[in-house]
Design a protein around this ligand. Structure first.
Ligand code: NI
Length: 222
């Protein structure tokens, strides 16, 4: 009897743990776990349609992207209007990032190359979430390391913060430790934005370039 209760308890714990993990893994960028759990419950019981973007599920009504006013690596003012009619492949990060940003920007660049001639219709864009250090000059040297067409956008902290919020990018400056340069924690999704400025799909961290290129090719068309 005691054994049966123990087994039932274990099964219950595993089920709850699995559900929690599912909600955590499938949550949208910037979405908190409570909202993610509610979203998963709703999707299980059909209470609310869940929008799926590139395998990342967004709760109904979540809007990503929108207008922005920033400065590019050459100091030119740019807005969403400058990209109208073109696709954008957007990543948020910072040039001092030790590992994640270089990895994801490398994957973006590789996906662009794999796309072939279709890549000409796509503008790859890196938007900093650390405008204090990422000046246009810093960005110019940085983006050139990854792809000749990669653009680096910065601006005032208010301007970059507003864009990050529209894309639901989580970012937080980590506490400074002694003299070492500070780090910035941030979420790491790559956004494919359509010619109309709407986010069409998200790529999770560590999406292989081949998968990214295939998904982009399907959406962009021949
Ligand atoms: Ni990073």
């Amino acid at each position: 009897m005691l054994r049966t209760i123990r087994i039932l308890a274990l099964v219950l714990i595993l089920l709850l743990g699995g559900f929690w993990t599912w909600a955590w893994v499938a949550r949208a960028p910037g979405q908190d776990l409570g909202a993610a759990l509610a979203g998963r419950l709703e999707s299980l019981f059909g209470a609310q349609p869940v929008v799926s973007l590139g395998g990342v599920q967004l709760p109904g009504g979540v809007e990503l992207g929108g207008p922005f006013a920033l400065v590019d690596q050459d100091g030119r003012e740019v807005t969403q209007v400058d990209y109208a009619g073109r696709w954008m492949l957007v990543y948020f990060g910072y040039t001092y990032c030790p590992d994640v940003c270089p990895t994801e920007l490398g994957a973006m660049a590789a996906a662009m190359d794999l796309l072939g001639p279709r890549a000409e219709r796509v503008a790859p864009v890196f938007i900093t979430i650390d405008p204090e250090r990422d000046t246009p000059e810093t960005l110019r040297a940085y983006v050139a390391q990854f792809h000749p067409r990669l653009q680096g956008l910065t601006g005032t902290p208010e301007a970059t913060g507003a864009v990050a919020r529209r894309y639901r990018v989580y970012h937080a400056q980590a506490r400074r430790q002694g003299d070492t340069p500070y780090l910035v924690d941030h979420s790491s999704f790559i956004y494919l934005v359509g010619p109309d400025g709407r986010v069409r799909t998200l790529f999770r961290p560590q999406t292989p370039p081949e998968a990214m290129a295939a998904s982009m090719a399907g959406l962009i068309g021949p």
